[in-house]
Structure formats: structure tokens, C-alpha cells
Ligand binder design. Structure first.
Ligand SMILES: *[C@@H]1O[C@H](CO)[C@@H](O)[C@H](O)[C@H]1NC(C)=O
Ligand SMILES: *[C@@H]1O[C@H](CO)[C@@H](O)[C@H](O)[C@H]1NC(C)=O
Ligand SMILES: *[C@@H]1O[C@H](CO)[C@@H](O)[C@H](O)[C@H]1NC(C)=O
Ligand SMILES: *[C@@H]1O[C@H](CO)[C@@H](O)[C@H](O)[C@H]1NC(C)=O
Ligand SMILES: [Cu+2]
Length: 148
């Protein structure tokens, strides 16, 4: 084998470095339960929660936990709003539903932030009422994680 350098070849060494770099990065990606023990419900200040839990990083996963609707609980959902304007106004027109009212049960709904962009999350229930009055909205701009 070419490029012998001690016990392992250059190519093997490079491969090991690449593998450990990616494992290192994966090992740092966090899973964050939105709202902590409060989960995803009406009337909790998620802007404040996001502020206290920042920064968040690329490939971090957010987990939204909310019970599927029954006679005693209000339904919730998760939408991605288009931009900062619609986020401020809780404008759900052209928003994208990422989790419907049943997706937050059991282990919750998991959303991995894969892109370097701002994410505007909101509950879509009550035509914006949960977002506006219930404070069920927050914004995240995930930062790149540097490996070295
Ligand atoms: C929620 O928390 C943020 C950040 O701490 C604060 O600026 C805002 O006034 C709070 N909203 C309400 C409705 O209390
Ligand atoms: C509705 O959901 C709540 C919260 O999980 C639960 O405590 C309650 O037992 C449920 N009620 C019914 C009728 O399923
Ligand atoms: C909810 O209430 C309706 C009417 O009161 C009843 O028929 C239904 O069985 C209830 N559902 C649950 C899950 O408790
Ligand atoms: C939520 O989405 C699932 C599929 O992922 C679907 O089976 C279910 O009917 C939807 N629930 C509602 C209330 O739209
Ligand atoms: Cu809601």
C-alpha cells in the first residue's frame, strides 16, 4: 500500500479523520424539547423560552409535545410561517403545516433544523389565536457548529 506512514496509510488516516469529524459533529447535535417540561401549550411564553435556550445549532432537533385533541384538551399544531412579518402578525396565510393536531402525541413531533435560515414556528390553531394570545410562537436562527 502506498503512502505508508507508521501503521496506517495516508488514505486510511484521512478517512479516520473524516469519520471522527462527522461523528464529533453528530455527537454535538442536540434534541431540544420545546418548552422543556411545559411542552407545547397555550399561554406559555415561547419567545422567552427560545431566548433562554439559545443559541441553537444546525441539525439540532426540536421536539414538540402536545396531546391529540380530546374533550378536555385544546388541539395544537405546528406551522412554519413564511417570514418575520407574518411571524410578528401571526399571519397563517401561506404558512406551511409541519405537524397536525395528532402528531405531537407520545414521543412528540420532531423537527430537525437542517438549513442555515431563520425558522418561524407557530401553533396554527384558532386562526392565529394560539399564536397571538397564547404566545405559541418562536423564532430560531440555527448557527453552524464548528468542528475544530
Ligand atoms: C415574552 O418574553 C419576552 C422575552 O422575555 C418578552 O419580551 C415579552 O414581553 C414576553 N411576552 C409576554 C406577552 O409577556
Ligand atoms: C385528554 O388528554 C389529557 C391530557 O393528556 C388526559 O389527561 C385526559 O385523560 C384525556 N381525556 C380523555 C377523555 O381522553
Ligand atoms: C366527547 O364528548 C362527546 C359528547 O359529549 C362524547 O360522545 C364522546 O364520546 C367524548 N369523547 C371522548 C374521547 O371522551
Ligand atoms: C394528521 O396526519 C396524519 C398523517 O400523518 C393523518 O393520518 C391524520 O388523519 C391527520 N390528522 C388530522 C386531524 O388531520
Ligand atoms: Cu395551540
Amino acid at each position: 500500500m502506498a503512502f505508508k506512514c507508521g501503521a496506517i496509510s495516508y488514505a486510511e488516516g484521512a478517512l479516520i479523520i473524516l469519520l471522527s469529524a462527522s461523528m464529533f459533529a453528530a455527537g454535538f447535535a442536540k434534541t431540544i424539547v420545546v418548552g422543556g417540561t411545559e411542552n407545547w401549550h397555550f399561554g406559555f411564553n415561547y419567545t422567552n423560552w427560545a431566548f433562554q435556550n439559545s443559541p441553537m445549532y444546525l441539525n439540532d432537533a426540536l421536539v414538540f409535545k402536545f396531546e391529540p385533541p380530546n374533550n378536555t384538551t385544546f388541539p395544537h399544531s405546528v406551522y412554519l410561517l413564511r417570514d418575520f412579518r407574518s411571524f410578528l402578525a401571526c399571519d397563517l396565510r401561506r404558512a406551511k403545516m409541519v405537524a397536525n393536531v395528532t402528531h405531537g402525541g407520545r414521543k412528540g413531533f420532531k423537527f430537525v433544523m437542517k438549513k442555515w435560515q431563520p425558522y418561524y414556528f407557530a401553533c396554527g390553531e384558532g386562526g392565529g389565536f394560539h399564536c397571538k394570545t397564547g404566545m405559541m410562537k418562536f423564532a430560531v436562527f440555527p448557527l453552524p457548529r464548528y468542528h475544530f
